[in-house]
Design a protein around this ligand. Structure first.
Ligand code: RI2
Length: 314
């Protein structure tokens, strides 16, 4: 791999994902699908074997950027893993088409998640969300557009403050939205009589457990304590086929400079895990583009969705 040089646009895209300039599991997936097709189209020789190896190295380069987002790996599985061709030109053409289809389906899926999820929201419901998830905001926006006068409470989501993106997006769409600090969740759930929690997912394991932004599992526990439903909004390409074999995603730990400047805290250690795992028992349902499913049904969907690409490995 050391002797392979990728085009600038490709390394920039990978770097944007790593540094979170491009973020959100769905957007990462679409960006990776486009990046691998663009990489293919920038290849100059007619040597098919070398071409495949080049793409494989490109895929590995992308995979290393965000280890907890199975959406990225699945985007490569569902594009590169399905593409075929007897010549470099054929493979380029086929991969480009598959990549475009994946992106279109992904965008459509976010809308469908919104349509399905909005049905379980009632008029006047106070609701809570965490981080910024386009699948979750799709649900909330659809409910609002149906005339349901919901009140959304959104956590700021340290250390990256993705909650700021959420509140700006929802406010701009005309929703009644309130920003709270992460540690206010338990107080707000009780004080505002929150009726349900909606979050996104970076990965969903075959046992229905959910990897999402750090703090999600605490919120799930508080929702459980309060007896309110905790819903996960996720397109099915966030389901992990690896987890069928017991391979769970690694929890990404990012640079401590995201939390504070260590120079200001002599002799202090830091940790910055950016995701956590919420067990299936705390998840009321998963809202997907196929409809609202039980965490117990995740396994069946994985088997069906990934059967053709199961053996393909990067
Ligand atoms: P959508 C994000 O990860 C958040 O954890 C969010 O819940 C999840 O991706 C899903 O986002 P990060 O990239 O695909 O901010 O629903 O670390 O937009």
């Amino acid at each position: 791999m050391a002797d392979i040089t990728f085009p600038d646009h490709f390394t920039k895209t990978a770097n944007d994902i790593r540094t979170m300039r491009t973020r959100g599991a769905g957007k990462i997936a679409r960006t990776a699908a486009k990046a691998i097709a663009d990489l293919a189209n920038s290849y100059k020789s007619d040597d098919l074997k070398k071409f495949k190896s080049y793409l494989d190295h490109g895929a590995k380069h992308l995979l290393n950027t965000r280890p907890s987002a199975i959406s990225l790996k699945n985007a490569l599985r569902l594009t590169l893993g399905k593409a075929s061709g007897q010549t470099v030109q054929d493979l380029k053409k086929n991969l480009t088409k598959i990549s475009e289809d994946f992106i279109a389906h992904s965008l459509k899926a976010v809308d469908l998640v919104g349509q399905h999820g909005s049905k379980i929201i009632h008029d006047q419901d106070p609701l809570l969300t965490h981080c910024h998830s386009s699948a979750s905001t799709s649900v909330l926006i659809h409910a609002h557009e149906q005339g349901k006068r919901i009140k959304v409470f959104a956590t700021e989501t340290r250390p990256w403050n993705q909650g700021h993106i959420t509140v700006r997006e929802l406010a701009q769409k005309g929703l009644y939205v309130t920003l709270i600090v992460d540690s206010a969740v338990r107080f707000i759930i009780k004080d505002e009589n929150i009726k349900a929690v909606f979050v996104g997912a970076d990965t969903i394991h075959s046992d229905g457990s959910v990897i999402n932004k750090i703090g999600t599992s605490q919120i799930a526990l508080v929702a459980h304590e309060a007896g309110i439903p905790f819903y996960v909004c996720a397109e099915t390409y966030k389901f992990s086929p690896d987890s069928l074999r017991g391979e769970l995603v690694e929890i990404e730990e990012r640079d401590i400079s995201e939390i504070a400047d260590p120079k200001d805290f002599p002799k202090v250690r830091f940790r910055n895990p950016v995701f956590d795992i919420t067990p299936a028992e705390y998840v009321q349902a998963i809202i997907t583009e196929r409809g609202i499913i039980s965490p117990a049904d995740v396994q069946e969907i994985i088997k069906e969705k990934f059967k053709e690409v199961e053996e393909w490995s990067l």
